[in-house]
Design a protein around this ligand. Structure first.
Ligand SMILES: Cc1cc2nc3c(=O)[nH]c(=O)nc-3n(C[C@H](O)[C@H](O)[C@H](O)COP(=O)(O)OP(=O)(O)OC[C@H]3O[C@@H](n4cnc5c(N)ncnc54)[C@H](O)[C@@H]3O)c2cc1C
Length: 464
């Protein structure tokens, strides 16, 4: 993180003025009223103070900002939805390309394609598509930025039915480190197109993405909260693995939050707060969801037919939790892992602690592992563990807890999904890109960003 602290060449006022006058978007400094809002990100721990935040209105602004940062030797961050826990969207003393104003969505319902500016949120795109009965699968949060989730991969409520978010990408427009604006796909700049689908923000600023859209005439989804026991945890994972690929689940085994929709006696108890998504007709949905309802008497069951967009309920934009977490892949949640999850969560006194279980497979697993930069296609299950903390007093203890929990569940495999990495270190970045994937990414990086201008990310240094 030494990079983060280094304010590079002091800004020459004249050059800065020329830059500010040249771009169409607003350029914020610490003196401006919108500055604090623009530098805030989801991770409440991160409090960085960039010298300039460029609120780009289009690709031309991105080109200018990339050129300015490169020519002035400024640290450069790219900020979309601001949700990445690593906090790389902002920096100290450098320049931030803020994409939030770039949120245009152009849908062609006949061709079933859409061009989306990457500052749009998953909710904005999902809402626009729902008017046409069409979808793209993003993640479990509507406020995540399209650019961030897609360059990482995108694993969400439709992953088993339609694959990862990157599996629906058929083209892109990218500003590279030398300030070129490239339209790319399988034919034009195919290596770069391969790399931006899973390689994160290493290769340039993706200004727009072209998606293939999916029809979703019938959908059933919602929240199912069950009491957690070792048996229901293992049963939940097994039922998710046994289900047809129309069904994707995200099971949060966690301390029940004091939410008004939960009975007071449940608050603080370990429950399975599951999100259930069935992309198919109503009768098939009922049959697919029955095994989950049979695991125990539900504490809450909101799973019902309805529009897919209802999976993204309103969020509080000021919510900025302080949490530490670890991500991993496992093969299954058998009885001993379920017991371990139950015991670790029960023994922890963090105000909120969670083990999130995502069963993979289906459409995402049918894509060859070398087709995109996400190579872990065969991994059957992803688990995230996390604990919230209150301040410096308990931060280290929570971090140790998360790390030990991770290692107890997954003693040997460092593989990871890059979208959920935080400050995990270089070994885990390598773990996101096994074998030849890493070598190919490093070679692509050497071509498109040889000086590592885009280094505030889960970094893949250029191959030398
Ligand atoms: C509450 C929450 C829920 C989540 N749920 C899921 C989930 O269900 N599935 C899943 O797959 N992920 C999920 N994530 C992870 C999320 O997809 C990643 O953290 C993603 O990077 C966030 O994108 P962003 O644009 O919001 O973040 P930012 O912090 O703004 O950006 C993150 C990084 O992405 C890169 N980046 C962003 N936009 C661009 C662009 N246009 N061009 C090039 N690089 C870019 C940059 O390197 C940047 O530092 C979740 C995260 C949170 C906080």
């Amino acid at each position: 993180m030494a990079d983060q602290l280094a304010t590079e060449a002091p800004l020459d006022l004249e050059a800065r003025q020329a830059f500010v006058e040249g771009v169409r978007g607003v350029v914020l400094t610490s003196a401006d009223p919108g500055y604090d809002d623009a530098r805030a990100i989801w991770n409440g721990l991160i409090d960085r103070r960039p010298a300039l935040i460029v609120q780009c209105t289009g690709a031309a602004d991105v080109v200018d900002a990339v050129n300015f940062a490169r020519e002035r030797g400024l640290l450069l961050s790219v900020k979309g939805g601001g949700h990445n826990v690593a906090g790389n969207a902002v920096n100290d003393g450098g320049l931030v390309i803020d994409l939030r104003e770039m949120a245009k969505i152009e849908i062609d319902p006949i061709a079933r394609t859409a061009w989306v500016e990457t500052g749009a949120s998953a909710l904005q795109v999902t809402r626009a598509l729902s008017e046409h009965g069409l979808v793209i699968g993003f993640g479990d949060s509507g406020s995540v930025g399209v650019g961030g989730i897609t360059t990482g991969g995108g694993i969400g409520f439709l992953v088993r039915k339609f694959g990862m978010t990157i599996d629906s990408v058929i083209g892109a427009e990218v500003v590279t480190a030398d300030g070129r604006y490239l339209r790319i796909d399988d034919e034009q700049e195919p290596d770069l197109f391969w790399a931006i689908r899973g390689g994160g923000g290493n290769f340039g600023v993706v200004a727009r993405l072209k998606f293939r859209l999916h029809e979703l005439p019938h959908f059933t989804g919602g929240m199912l909260i069950l009491p957690a026991t070792p048996e229901t945890i293992a049963g939940f994972a097994a039922a998710s693995q046994a289900a047809s690929e129309e069904l994707s689940t995200i099971g949060n085994v966690m301390s029940a939050p004091p939410m008004p929709f939960l009975p007071a006696e449940v608050h603080g108890r370990i429950v399975i707060m599951a999100f259930i998504a069935f992309a198919g007709d109503d009768a098939a949905a009922e049959r697919a969801i029955a095994p989950f309802r049979a695991l125990a008497t539900p504490i809450l069951d909101t799973v019902k037919p309805g529009p897919y967009v209802s999976m993204y309920p309103p969020e509080d934009p000021s919510y900025r939790p302080k949490a530490v977490g670890r991500t991993m892949f496992v093969d299954s949640i058998d009885a001993s892992r379920a017991q371990l999850i139950y015991d670790r969560l029960s023994a922890c006194d963090a105000p909120m602690r969670v083990a999130q279980i995502r069963v993979l497979g289906g459409a995402m697993a049918r894509i060859p592992s070398d087709a995109t930069a996400y190579a872990h296609r065969a991994k059957p299950m992803l688990v995230n563990v996390a604990a919230f903390y209150q301040g410096e007093v308990d931060r280290e203890a929570r971090k140790t807890w998360a790390h030990q929990f991770f290692r107890a569940l997954q003693p040997s495999d460092d593989s990871a999904y890059v979208g959920f990495l935080s400050d995990d270190g270089q070994e885990r970045i390598r773990g996101a890109y096994p074998g030849k994937t890493w070598d190919r990414l490093a070679a692509v990086k050497a071509v498109y960003d040889p000086t590592n201008l885009f280094r505030l990310n889960q970094n893949i240094p250029p191959h030398t």
